[in-house]
Ligand binder design. Structure first.
Ligand SMILES: [Zn+2]
Length: 405
């Protein structure tokens, strides 16, 4: 006998929230459209409960109905349900060393809007970057509105250590320290009233990769930019470490007496395999606005590698050895058998992966029995900003009750 309604309102609400999430996850996880009856069967709810939850999800435009279909046994046609592409949406934002980016994803994960802008030298202060991000976010939410989408939340990818309160403790390549980046960004008019999460770019890029190419659910995702970050995915979840600061592969030392790094240490991986380090070694001008912009120094580097330019090939070989050494250290510690190369390493993959693989075979103890694979990221340079938006979608799917209009 259920308790009287008045007695436990909070419990009833939480049961309904839980059941809403369960019903939505049945729709989201299905390979083909599911019916109300399918949801009832899969979750053990009554048909009436499943139908009432589906009505709420339809009203919130989180799911949508397809035309009725007749099952293989004939009988009454069932209405298929899928995630809706015109309900709640997610805003992904990114601030990086030389660019800012924004994107909007609908609940199905389709990118509906994307914009990347170069971050001018004078805008590389926290306050100016936040204002520039605010302008980008304004254009993104306007585009979402035109597409009949309602932005439900936002997440910001940053190139540094973030703590649980959204304070960016250290971003060496931006020379930012103890910046309340969350506080600065939520103050922008375009982001007023939107829940905003802040996370490390490499973590978010790894989560984005997990959603498009799961690689058995466990892998090391390495993002090369001017800095280098890694995302450690174990059994389908991000391993964040004690404070959320794991994955600083760029500051793993490959030579204790090597060149000085922006972090204050010496011989860090990013001094050998970061974008600027590669360009310097190839005696090219480290140029800005390239990591996500697509033009400029990185594209030229790829072209020159293709043409067999000796200086460029030598710089890439040197970077690949350093990357292979650092990745091997991580694999020896973590016991992972897939490595995904993302960021600048995706276009540079043909010239870097073979040497990274060679170093792994030589240095990872277990590779004699189970050699780890090295793959190219399925995503382009916008993995972090797309990952940011995907992290918002995950929150909506995990607790749709909190995002009902
Ligand atoms: Zn360093």
């Amino acid at each position: 006998v259920p308790p009287p309604r008045r007695a436990q309102p909070a419990d009833q609400r939480s049961v309904r929230s839980h059941n809403l999430a369960l019903a939505l996850s049945e729709v989201a996880g299905a390979v083909s459209p599911v019916s109300r009856a399918d949801i009832a069967t899969a979750t053990g709810m009554t048909r009436a409960t499943a139908s009432s939850l589906v009505e709420a999800l339809l009203a919130a435009r989180m799911v949508t109905e397809l035309a009725p279909r007749i099952g293989p046994q004939g009988g009454r046609p069932a209405t298929g349900l899928t995630l809706s592409g015109d309900g709640p949406a997610a805003l992904g934002l990114e601030v990086n060393v030389d660019y800012i980016a924004a994107c909007v994803l609908d609940l199905t994960g389709t990118v509906k809007h994307r914009e990347v802008a170069e971050l001018a030298e004078r805008d590389r202060t926290p306050a100016a970057s936040a204002e520039a991000l605010g302008r980008l976010a304004g254009r993104a939410t306007a585009a979402a509105g035109r597409a009949d989408l309602r932005v439900a939340g936002a997440a910001l990818a940053v190139p540094g250590l973030v703590d649980a309160d959204g304070i960016l403790r250290l971003a060496p390549n931006l020379d930012w320290r103890d910046v309340d980046i969350r506080g600065l960004v939520v103050r922008q008019p375009a982001l007023a009233d939107l829940p905003l999460a802040v996370d490390n770019e490499a973590n978010l890029a790894a989560l984005a990769e997990l959603s498009v190419a799961p690689q058995d659910g466990s892998f090391l995702h390495v993002s090369g930019e001017i800095g280098i970050g890694a995302g450690i995915i174990v059994d389908g979840a991000l391993y964040r470490g004690r404070h959320g600061w794991s994955g600083e592969l760029g500051h793993v030392s490959v030579d204790p007496s090597g060149p000085e790094c922006s972090c204050g240490s010496r011989g860090c991986l990013e001094q050998y395999a970061g974008q600027d380090a590669i360009l310097r070694a190839a005696r090219r001008q480290p140029a800005r606005g390239t990591s996500a912009g697509g033009d400029g120094a990185l594209a030229r580097l790829v072209q020159e590698a293709r043409e067999g330019d000796a200086q460029v090939l030598e710089a890439l070989a040197r970077a690949s050895v350093a990357l292979g050494v650092a990745v091997s250290t991580a694999l020896n510690l973590l016991d992972l058998d897939h490595v995904v190369l993302g960021g600048i390493y995706a276009p540079l993959y043909p010239w870097m992966a073979p040497e990274v693989e060679r170093q792994i075979r030589r240095r990872v103890l277990s590779s004699q029995w189970k050699p780890p694979t090295v793959r190219r990221s399925a995503l382009g340079a916008d993995a972090a900003v797309v990952g940011a938006a995907r992290s918002v979608l995950q929150r909506v799917l995990a607790d749709p009750g909190a995002y009902l209009p």
